[in-house]
Design a protein around this ligand. Structure first.
Ligand code: SN0
Length: 311
């Protein structure tokens, strides 16, 4: 693998899922692969799981890890040809080339503005690093995608499914803040590649980009959508059409034990208790969020392994 900035960078998904489950059973099998190699992780935003699981994955492969919270460094300019006489101290052109001398792989987390749709969709942060870095780039959640989370979700469903073709529902939930569409985008795209029956449910106005949802059925009736579900993935996202806006906070969309039925409950975390999902769900055996978070390590590890093998 050259870079992992999108799900399509995985050449063989079913093999990759199998390989990650093998890594989970034997995490130190390739501990020499990353010897003398360095992962530099750049954070433009907060992180808990991504930071720790990706660092753990790199260390399981014998890599060194350096982490930079970019907000503690220089304010980066991404536009071409600007006169840099305002608040931006360094251009990404220099920064990416310099970091490439210290790193064998550069991982980037950069959330969207949720204000400028065209700018967010251009993926200017991760794509600038891809353009100017001379080493592979790993997406740790960009403006429109979170492919490491989606891979961990695919691993989790593969581990837990008791059916050849389980029914998976992604259900919008209320939230006080405007959140990105990155997690649902990547989850939906990932599910479209697996042998599963996917339904999307959300209030009107929360339609995601049709380039992502394609022909996946959208049911505006949550109860109806949830019928006979095997896995229910709950996530808030802000409006895509009324870009970045919170247009509805209807608490009736919160996931409850009654609505969940016999399904497994999934969420990428962090989750707002009793807003997105009630305690009774998170504290039940049906919640698999802790297992999902554990699988973040093996998702990152299989991706780092495939990139290291290609260096
Ligand atoms: C991020 C998101 O994309 O929705 C990261 C998820 C992996 N989530 C949040 O920003 C939640 C913030 C909050 O205050 O609940």
């Amino acid at each position: 693998m050259k870079n992992y900035t999108k799900i399509k960078d995985i050449s063989n998904l079913s093999e990759t899922i199998k390989e990650s489950i093998l890594l989970k059973m034997n995490p130190f099998e390739f501990q020499d692969l990353g010897k003398y190699k360095t992962l530099v992780m750049l954070f433009f935003n907060s992180s808990l799981r991504t930071r720790l699981s990706t660092e753990k994955a790199a260390k399981n492969l014998g890599m060194e890890v350096m982490i930079l919270n970019v907000n503690d460094a220089w304010n980066l300019e991404f536009e071409d040809g600007t006169i840099m006489n305002l608040d931006k101290s360094e251009h990404v052109k220099e920064a990416a080339q310099v970091i490439s001398q210290y790193a064998d792989i550069i991982a980037v987390r950069a959330f969207p503005t949720l204000k400028n749709k065209a700018k967010d969709e251009s993926e200017y942060v991760i794509n600038s690093f891809k353009k100017y870095a001379t080493v592979p780039v790993l997406n740790m959640e960009s403006a429109t995608a979170h492919p490491l989370q989606a891979l961990a979700d695919a691993i989790t469903i593969s581990e837990l499914t008791e059916k050849a073709k389980p029914k998976v529902v992604i259900s919008w939930a209320p939230h006080p803040k405007a959140l990105p569409q990155a997690v649902p985008n990547s989850f939906i795209e990932m599910m479209q590649h697996l042998e599963i029956d996917l339904t999307i449910t959300h209030p009107k106005g929360y339609e995601l980009n049709v380039a992502i949802t394609k022909d996946t059925p959208i049911n505006y009736n949550q109860d109806d959508a949830l019928k006979d579900a095997d896995f229910v993935y709950v996530k808030n996202w802000s409006s895509y059409n009324d870009y970045g806006k919170v247009i509805n906070q209807d608490e009736n969309w919160m996931m409850t034990k009654a609505k969940l039925g016999h399904a497994k409950f999934m969420h990428c975390l962090p989750v707002r208790r009793n807003v997105v999902v009630e305690d009774a769900v998170l504290d039940s055996e049906q919640s698999v969020v802790i297992q999902q978070a554990n699988n973040r390590t093996y998702a990152a590890q299989v991706v780092l392994k495939q990139i290291l093998e290609n260096l």
